[in-house]
Design a protein around this ligand. Structure first.
Ligand SMILES: NC(=O)c1ccc[n+]([C@@H]2O[C@H](COP(=O)([O-])OP(=O)(O)OC[C@H]3O[C@@H](n4cnc5c(N)ncnc54)[C@H](O)[C@@H]3O)[C@@H](O)[C@H]2O)c1
Length: 281
């Protein structure tokens, strides 16, 4: 159901790769809610992903950019303002990647060049995006910027590796820049901390199917999926949330405030009955 929540609003959506991407779902929902926007992703993603289909569906132009490259970001904001005929009202940063995860380098055996890349792509790119927008005065007053995060920023989750450090930094940037951008231009900046979700990036997380089952059992409302995340992003871009800023907003069915649930406890007890679990014959 559409509510015209973004009627007349203009934006930029970074990070739609294929139809499983969270950014893809956000683009579809933003389009349904009346927004006009441009899409951006890396040249590689444009070549191997399906973003052209999304662009056609939403009547959006695609502007290639490596989000770690400030010149590319300047081009995205400059071109977007030309195409959309003015400043934007919302921006989605839905970008993440770890070469340590991809190359199976565990947290106590990190490759530091990979770590630098993880931090640059998954967190510092958010600062670069915000600083570029700020310098170009590219976001309207009461505009809204959202980046996607994960609870590994606060709690240790097996296998999330150096992405946990990247998410902590991402959330910190949202607070630090949120103060300045709010004070100077009434622009709000938040992160949404999403449940584990089966996307290309999500599937890279070690033991993701077990993790999805665990968080599903632990969350009173169950895991939040990508469509539900898109709904939340749309609300955050709308005028209904004008005084929400510098927050990390959990969108996880309640997982972040749980310690143990009945459903998870039942599973745990069942596994204790399995003689192989702790090596007892
Ligand atoms: N899937 C999950 O379980 C989950 C949970 C919480 C948060 N998130 C976050 O959501 C965001 C989107 O991920 P997703 O799950 O939709 O997966 P996805 O793989 O569809 O999206 C990741 C995107 O990052 C883009 N990207 C990578 N390097 C880039 C660069 N240098 N410049 C610009 N773009 C670049 C990729 O091309 C891709 O489009 C990420 O920040 C991810 O960490 C995902």
């Amino acid at each position: 159901m559409a509510y015209n929540l973004l009627k007349g609003k203009k934006g930029i959506i970074f990070g739609a790769l294929d139809n499983k991407s969270i950014a893809w779902k956000v683009a579809e929902r933003a389009h349904e809610e009346g927004a006009e926007f441009t899409l951006s992703n890396t040249m590689t993603a444009l070549r191997f992903g399906q973003i052209d289909q999304l662009a056609e569906k939403c009547g959006a132009e695609v502007i290639p950019a490596d989000a770690t490259n400030v010149k590319d970001l300047e081009n995205v904001f400059g071109r977007s303002m030309e195409i959309l005929n003015g400043k934007v009202d919302f921006v989605l940063h839905s970008i993440g990647m770890s070469l340590n995860v991809r190359k199976k380098r565990v947290y106590n055996d990190l490759d530091y060049n990979f770590l630098n890349k993880t931090l640059d792509i998954s967190a510092i790119s958010f600062h670069k995006l915000l600083q570029t927008a700020y310098r170009m005065n590219a976001i309207n007053s009461w505009g809204s910027v959202v980046a996607l995060s994960y609870i590994a920023a606060q709690r240790t989750l097996y296998g999330y590796n150096d992405m946990a450090d990247a998410k902590s930094l991402l959330e910190s940037i949202a607070r630090s820049f949120g103060y300045i951008y709010g004070r100077e231009h009434q622009v709000r900046i938040n992160t949404i901390s999403q449940s584990p979700t089966l996307t290309t990036a999500g599937s890279g997380v070690k033991g993701v199917s077990g993790l999805l089952d665990f968080t599903e059992r632990m969350s009173p409302l169950g895991n939040a999926d990508a469509d539900e995340c898109a709904n939340y992003c749309v609300v955050m871009f709308s005028d209904l949330t004008r005084k929400v800023t510098m927050q990390n907003l959990f969108h996880d069915g309640g997982f972040s405030n749980m310690g143990m649930s009945l459903k998870a406890m039942k599973m745990y007890n069942k596994s204790l009955e399995d003689p192989e679990v702790d090596g007892v014959e």
